[in-house]
Ligand binder design. Structure first.
Ligand code: ZN
Ligand code: MN
Length: 484
């Protein structure tokens, strides 16, 4: 009835030949940004513990799961974005184990036939990392150890999380350093946000990392529950060092599962590793096999947005912008899209530079995302046009961007009303320069006796008089003519 086509994700990597000093493979769980859970209508929103549950996600006898179509669409998009081959059937299995976080005593997951397999993700460096599989599964409940796992006397269970949709991504052991693992996570998160299937502010992304080193003959440990890309680098650096120290001290490393303690910055032994066979997988008889038709795949493919790496290439090729600017602008989809829209109206290299340097500076300073700021395309375009036409100085431009991030206003109006237009009128500037020369005789003397720097002080005084509405270069030119 079912094709017996097992993919053993737990193959003994000790028997494989490696060439690098460090070998890392990742298993990453991502919470998909759906409104309801994977097999019931319960909300996925954060709420008081145990208020978003029903008989299905609590595993009551007789309850039947019904698949969330949105979760399939999301996972399918991700599998396609990671260049996986898509299975023609969607098949779920039960992974049996006993633990308080799983009321049914089994987790519904995909084992024998994952949604996608044989994919690839390219790191920023261009190095391809193989994707073994992408599959859908339900999240267990969360266990709360008040005060920390090592001091809590009781464990609380919150079933709100039980049954939320996850997608699991398993890589080949192609990563050769904690750095590369961090880059992988960063790139994956960028793809997830471009696909709009993961909410970085609300959703959880967790990695389990298999890591081994040459010195031990590649005896691996699996480090569980690492959150985010900064943590993954830290956890792996610690674990690699721990293994190296152990080998040096003559300790015989064994295959084991360890937990990452982020607060203390160490990994701890959890258990020696069980094998996949121990879970006694069986196909779930409650869920009918769903066909994944060529039409479904075609439709999902058509809906795939241009991904960040494609945008970077396009920005460099088509708009001729700097590689670093292209990378930074592509980090967030909304910023990349804003850039592309403005670049149709204002010179792209100039636009890219201002968005990256000034807009991002102000957003970061105010701890705002583009979405939550008051920035709108029309005002920003107007501002950049004034800048590129030299109708306002960069100094005034920077000040206006600082205001535009916080409140929306008509830029041209503001420039007119507050008289912020650049002073390009040489006669007027000359008048101000003459004043400054008279007011600062000592600096002028110093300059005349060969101290170039003394002139900068006088330029500063003129800039003050114009309230930033002149460019320093223009002022310097006039001053030099006057002081000759
Ligand atoms: Zn439910
Ligand atoms: Mn899993």
């Amino acid at each position: 009835m079912f094709p017996i086509n097992y993919i053993n994700t737990n193959k003994c990597i000790n028997c494989m030949k490696f060439s690098s000093d460090i070998v890392i493979g990742l298993e990453i769980h991502v919470e998909l940004d759906t409104e309801t859970k994977l097999f019931c209508g319960c909300s996925t929103a954060n709420a008081e513990p145990n208020t978003h549950c029903c008989e299905v996600c609590l595993g009551h006898p007789g309850s039947k799961p019904v698949i969330n179509k949105k979760a399939i669409d999301f996972a399918l998009k991700l599998a396609l974005a990671l260049n996986c081959n898509i299975s023609s059937q969607l098949i779920f299995s039960r992974k049996s184990y006993f633990y308080p976080d799983m009321a049914k005593n089994y987790q519904i997951t995909q084992y024998e036939i994952p949604l996608g397999k044989g994919g690839e993700l390219k790191l920023k460096s261009g190095k391809p990392i193989g994707i073994v599989r992408v599959h859908i599964e339900e999240d267990p409940a969360s266990l709360v150890h008040e005060g920390g796992m090592h001091v809590a006397k009781t464990v609380l269970v919150d079933y709100n999380r039980s049954g939320r949709p996850l997608v699991e991504i398993v890589t080949q052991p192609d990563l050769e350093s904690p750095d590369e693992a961090r880059d992988f996570m960063r790139e994956l998160i960028r793809i997830l946000t471009y696909l709009k299937i993961f909410d970085l502010n609300k959703g959880i992304i967790k990695a389990d990392a298999n890591v081994s080193i040459r010195e031990s003959g590649y005896v691996r440990s699996e480090v569980k529950n690492i959150t985010g890309f900064k943590e993954i680098e830290r956890a792996l650096n610690y674990e690699v060092e721990r293994q190296r120290r152990a080998v040096k001290e003559g300790v015989h490393l064994k295959q084991e599962t360890r937990s990452w303690d982020s607060a203390e910055g160490i990994t701890r032994e959890l258990r020696t590793k069980e094998t996949e066979e121990d879970y006694g997988y069986i196909f779930d008889p409650d869920l009918v096999v769903t066909e994944i038709t060529q039409d479904m795949i075609k439709k999902a493919k058509a809906e795939l947005p241009e991904l960040a790496q494609e945008k970077v290439e396009k920005f460099i090729e088509k708009y001729k912008i700097d590689k670093v600017d292209a990378e930074v602008l592509s980090q967030h989809l909304d910023l990349a899209e804003l850039f592309e829209r403005i670049a149709k109206k204002v010179e792209p290299v100039f636009t890219a530079r201002w968005l990256r340097k000034e807009l991002l500076r102000v957003l970061n300073y105010n701890k705002l995302t583009l979405e939550k700021s008051a920035i709108d395309e029309k005002n920003l375009t107007a501002l950049l046009k004034l800048l590129i036409d030299k109708k306002i100085t960069p100094q005034i431009g920077r000040k206006l961007i600082e205001d535009l991030v916080l409140t929306s206003f008509d830029v041209e109006d503001r420039v007119k009303k507050e008289g912020l237009a650049a002073v390009s009128d040489t006669a007027e500037l000359e008048k101000l320069c003459k004043e400054a020369i008279e007011e600062n005789p000592r600096a002028i003397e110093d300059y005349k006796s060969g101290e170039e720097k003394a002139l900068n002080f006088v330029i500063g005084q003129v800039m003050k008089k114009t309230k930033g509405k002149a460019t320093p270069n223009h002022v310097r030119k006039i001053l030099k003519q006057l002081v000759r």
